[in-house]
Design a protein around this ligand. Structure first.
Ligand code: NAD
Length: 472
């Protein structure tokens, strides 16, 4: 990876398509007026390998030392009392680069199980391609490690329950890697929705538009890639066996055998944010469409994906709908080469707009108050009607269209991933679970994977968000 590309990709990874958000309380900038998982039999608690006290160092290992693995490691090391000791990757070039960046003392190996076998390691960050997430996460928890696992935490729907079971049985801290659940901006949006600021929520609309080859996953394939420095069979894992073909490793997102397409790469973030803000457990119906419109480069996943998701009534709150759109074929302008991410949380009495790193609440004064009578009617009739109207609704006409707007911004240089790692490491010390534990991370990943089922099988998927099961 060229330095410039590596830098811009790293920057993107930090921004994670949605804009740079991060820790602490969001600042109110303006306020103005204008116009159930399945039942699982638990086993007794295993002994943790080491008890971490509040002042002890936490030592972690990295499994999958590519773009995000580097980004996550950099971010994790910004948290006090944390040390990076070992890395596993199936490509030797990645391990060489780990030593270049973090020093020759970092233990490196092609086999992640050697990292898990080390008693001095408390936690692992899993940043491999998606098809390895669940397997490594379960092996890590069984080895007594706490786990920060990149999204989507499973590649296939049928992997979810075993992941949840492993976490509940081992009682390890598990954090799903979609950082938006730790974002102060999303948390503020959740607070505002719960406080009724936009009235009853009826729609969540989210879109991400991108332009450019890097945005479309055409990552660099290093010139030295060969069967000698890549453990090809270990990369394939349970995926179908096939001869060495480096494009499938370095651009794994483009292939269903290893990745999860737009659904698992991007919708999963949208679900994480939307579930946090709405408190919803998941949709009951999923339907998607799309196609490969621009990037006909051999990929077997679409580059445009549109999804509709029906959410059921819950805890006295009525049903609502979600609508997600992602396009890599956007001919419009882009933000710093990576695209723009926008959400609208629409309620009966107002709207929360979340665009990149800003949150705006817009409320018209009284949506259901009838407007003053107007129109091409006889003068005497309309003026009498207006007189009666203003006697009944004593306010000026301008007030009918006035909108109250509140805008929230994160602190300067906010980075929600740093908060996400702080939450993880704090939970490791306190042993109190994080919000995005295995069950919640699966709740966020499942509809993203259902989006793929709907697209590839051309059907409407009916999902039970309580039992986490798909109706055949
Ligand atoms: N949270 C976010 O915003 C965000 C952003 C980007 C990527 N991600 C996630 O991070 C993960 C990695 O993505 P990436 O962009 O870094 O990909 P990448 O290809 O840059 O890195 C993956 C690394 O895993 C290695 N690998 C493959 N199989 C392995 C195995 N069996 N054992 C050890 N290492 C193995 C590869 O050699 C590669 O170095 C993905 O799950 C992706 O969805 C999350």
């Amino acid at each position: 990876m060229k330095k410039s590309e590596s830098k811009s990709r790293r920057k993107f990874l930090r921004q994670a398509s949605a804009g740079t958000l991060a820790v602490g309380a969001a600042n109110l900038i303006t306020s103005k007026t204008h116009g159930a998982p399945r039942v699982i039999q638990l086993e007794s608690e295993p002994e943790p390998q080491r008890t971490i006290g509040p002042n002890d160092k936490i030592r972690f290992g990295l499994i999958g030392a590519g773009g995000m693995g580097h980004g996550d490691t950099e971010t994790a090391l910004r948290v006090k009392g944390v040390e990076f000791v070992a890395a596993a990757d199936i490509y030797d070039g990645r391990l060489t680069h780990v030593k270049e960046v973090w020093g020759k003392d970092i233990f490196t190996t092609r086999d992640y199980r050697e990292v898990l076998a080390r008693p001095d390691i408390d936690a692992v960050i899993i940043a491999t391609p998606d098809h390895w997430h669940q397997r490594i996460a379960i092996d890590a928890m069984n080895a007594g490690k706490d786990v920060y696992c990149e999204k989507p935490v499973v590649q296939k729907l049928e992997e979810g329950n075993a992941l949840i079971e492993a976490q509940q049985r081992t009682k390890r801290i598990f954090q799903g890697g979609s950082q938006f659940s730790s974002s102060v901006i999303y948390q503020k949006a959740a607070e505002l929705v719960a406080a009724g600021k936009i009235g009853t929520l009826n729609l969540v609309d989210s879109s991400l538009w991108r332009r450019g080859a890097l945005s479309a996953w055409q990552y660099t394939i290093p010139a030295d890639a060969s069967p000698q420095n890549i453990d090809w069979d270990r990369f394939l894992g349970n995926a179908p066996k096939r001869p060495f073909e480096p494009i499938r490793l370095f651009r794994w997102r483009n292939y269903r055998d290893y990745g999860t397409g737009i659904g698992g790469d991007l919708f999963v973030h949208q679900f994480t944010g939307a579930h946090l803000v709405t408190g919803a457990k998941g949709p009951v119906r999923v339907v998607t469409t799309g196609g490969t419109r621009l990037w006909n480069d051999g990929r077997d996943v679409p580059d445009v994906l549109l999804g509709l998701f029906d959410y059921p009534a819950m805890n006295g709150r009525p049903a609502f709908n979600m609508n997600f759109r992602v396009s890599f074929a956007d001919g419009g302008t882009e933000r710093e080469g990576w695209g723009s991410w926008a959400y609208r949380f629409v309620g009966n009495d107002g709207v929360i707009e979340l665009v990149n790193d800003a949150l705006v609440v817009k409320r018209p004064p009284e949506a259901k108050t009838p407007p003053p009578p107007s129109g091409e009617f006889a003068e005497a009739v309309i003026s009498q009607m207006r007189k009666e109207h203003f006697a009944k609704y004593p306010r000026r006409e301008s007030e009918v269209t006035a909108v109250t707007e509140e805008r929230y911004l994160p602190p300067d240089k906010y980075d929600e991933r740093l908060d996400h790692f702080k939450n993880f490491f704090n939970a490791m010390r306190s042993r109190k679970p994080v919000y995005q534990d295995a069950a919640q991370a699966y709740r966020n990943a499942a509809p993203a994977l259902l989006a793929n089922v709907s697209y590839f099988e051309r059907r409407v998927c009916e999902w039970n968000p309580e039992t986490l099961t798909l109706k055949a």
